[in-house]
Ligand binder design. Structure first.
Ligand code: FAD
Length: 276
């Protein structure tokens, strides 16, 4: 298999939850992922859980990447985390701005945007870490324009990041146009589509609204028709997302990054149908 596959988790809050997540990791390990990653709450709100989860996951797969966000964090706190991760042998980071908790202004953050954090990582840790950064084929909700957002992604790569991981989307044209726009600006970085399995209609619509991901009208309508039949939602969701992945890979996507939602079965069902 030449495509790079990676799996994203969020940090469980309890020891029991962590044990369950290690079981999920075991099932996904069989698919030979390049790396696992674990999210980090803005302002360091999941700091200890993220650290604990990374330690546990790394016992079974050394290439496990902590997400690191700069919002609400001081430079010293961030440097401390970078030293900790380097001492633990971590080699990859997912580097983000994070979302502003309501009521928190930029004044409380020493770094404003993800490219500032990419710069800090390179200044402080040299080339030690491979860095993944966020990309938004359907535009980040706060971007002033599509072109501005393209320029911001390029700025992160120019500051030293290696790869893009996209927000999830269900429209392959968005990915194609996004890549074209980046290449026209001379940005050749690999951009890995983020894939969100469809598990629950209400949650998907709520979350998509908050993160600016577009769920096409036809898909909303069909999912609403099926929403009271969990098995039918799963079957249809698997079919839709498998086709999305097939098209993305056929378009030349260099791999796939799965938002697993800490569950193995939905992602495995898609990988089975893809023959990966
Ligand atoms: P940035 O790249 O800094 O961009 C944020 C916005 O600012 C964009 O609209 C951009 O166009 C604009 N911008 C950038 N630079 C400038 C500038 N110089 N001037 C004006 N505008 C500018 N969130 C978490 O809290 N924890 C996580 O673990 C996490 N993991 C994620 C993983 C992936 C793969 C993705 C796609 C997102 C993740 N997020 C996570 C969500 C992310 O933090 C939010 O989408 C956040 O709003 C933006 O983060 P960013 O790194 O894309 O920010």
């Amino acid at each position: 298999m030449s495509q790079r596959i990676s799996f994203e988790f969020f940090p469980p809050k309890t020891a029991d939850g962590l044990q369950k997540l290690l079981g999920v990791q075991q099932q996904l390990l069989a698919r030979n992922p390049m790396f696992f990653s674990c999210t980090y709450g803005a302002g360091g709100s999941t700091r200890d859980n993220t650290l604990r989860t990374i330690d546990a996951l790394r016992e079974h797969h050394p290439d496990t990447a902590p997400h690191l966000s700069c919002i609400g964090q001081t430079r010293d706190e961030l440097r401390g985390l970078l030293d900790h991760y380097r001492d633990q042998g971590v080699r990859r980071l997912v580097v983000l701005r994070g979302d502003l908790p309501s009521g928190m202004g930029y004044a409380q953050s020493e770094l404003r945007f993800a490219d500032d954090l990419v710069r800090l990582v390179r200044e402080h840790s040299g080339e030690h870490f491979e860095m993944e950064v966020a990309a938004y084929p359907e535009m980040h909700p706060q971007a002033r324009s599509f072109d501005d957002d393209i320029a911001h992604f390029k700025r992160k790569i120019d500051a030293g990041a290696n790869n893009g991981l996209t927000q999830y989307f269900y429209n392959t044209d968005a990915y194609g146009f996004y890549l074209d726009a980046l290449r026209k600006q001379g940005c050749e970085a690999p951009v890995y589509p983020g894939i969100m399995p469809i598990l629950n209609v209400a949650n998907l619509l709520r979350f998509s609204h908050s993160c600016g991901a577009d769920v096409p009208r036809w898909l909303v309508s069909k999912l609403n028709d099926l929403k009271d039949d969990e098995a039918a939602v799963k079957e249809f969701g698997t079919e839709v997302v498998t086709k999305l992945c097939e098209r993305l890979l056929a378009m030349g996507a260099p791999g796939l990054h799965f938002y697993t939602m800490n569950q193995a079965a939905p992602t495995l069902a898609i990988l089975d149908r893809l023959g990966l």
